[in-house]
Ligand binder design. Sequence first.
Ligand code: NIG
Ligand code: FE
Length: 418
Amino acid sequence: MGAVLEPTSSGLLMAPALATPAGPLPRRGPALTEVDVVRDVAVAWNEGVLTYVGPVAEVPEGAARPGIEPLRLDRGLVVPGFVDCHTHLPFAGWRADEFELRLAGRSYRDLHGEGGIARSARMLAEASDEDVLAFCLPLAREMAAYGTTTLELKTGYGLSVDAELRQARLARRLADLVPQTCTVTLLACHAVPEGIGRSAWVNLACDELIPRSAEEGLVDAVDVYIEDIAFGLDDLSLVAATAQRAGLPLRCHADQLGASGAAEEAVRLGARTADHLSHVSEAGVLALAEHDTVGVLLPASTFSMRAPPPPVASLVDAGAAVAIATDFNPGTSPTLSMPETIAIACVMYGLPPLAALTAATANAACALGIGDVAGTLEAGKRADLVVLDVDGFAEVPYRPGHNPVLTTFVAGRRVAGR
Ligand code: NIG
Ligand code: FE
């Protein structure tokens, strides 16, 4: 796997400082910036699970395996590993030419069909399973070097029942090969496949694709892309009902290119997340504020698409639980770096740095339904942590383009570092 795996997942780390979100999840409003900071900190873990996070002076007996050599750092800030809760891996191939065309004035909608999602579907179909894995593995390793310890994988570049199932199986294989923990989402309705009408595809997705994916245990959630060029609110209701019958949580690409009312409808249907939100309505903001549906912000896609930002201040002030993720994909967001994404969230979306930290860790874990095991540093959670070469977290968004990650640990194992 190429990652540096140490033989043991027990350890004791001592560092000048640690910052972690704490308190009831998901974090909302002013609580987004309430981050616990511990100076002269010790972090201990056993079997990949944190046993102690607190002052060096108070490490309890037996917190780490006896005889373990402590790792003493004379610089650095320890934070929870980044949880990239929205990516479109696995895919196979880039679309930089479409980016150039967009810079020259063509629109994403205009390229949809010849280019866009359908083109990535063609590239995936033309690649062998081994080609796809060989393309994706170095990308996942690069993500580990940028501090991502958990990531979501998605389908959506299959566009037929068989090709979607293949992509889901590839996602599970990729999950076994990468150093991080992964969840897999079935993006059952991403683009209307050629040669079949929109509602015929939704029926096929509901009758065959979602039930088969669930039966085979291939996926952990179901996603739908609601947009004028993709699927509508009626389709969302049908998929929501099917996902519920299959016991799978719902996610929704909502209000990305235009306003559709998708965010409030996703909340009404009990979706775990509503993602993008660039054109979310006031009703959508209020709905998110009143429920546990996490609003997943994708600032790197806003940046690459030169799109208007969502009303982030309204979302935060109203009390919505917001997360941030890369949306890593070859079309709208070829950025895999969470530090870069955090920088864009702060600069373009106006999130305070500590709110961005919470959104990229604790709330992002909630978006994946794993808030009880990942996203904060406290005893009982997985030892997913990164050491940053900063004195305070604000230095991360302050220096876009710089990789601040010194070391990445997944379940207590060092998987990347410099
Ligand atoms: O989240 N807009 C829908 N899906 C992706 C883009 C997919 C693509 O262009 O390949 C997104 O932005
Ligand atoms: Fe996406």
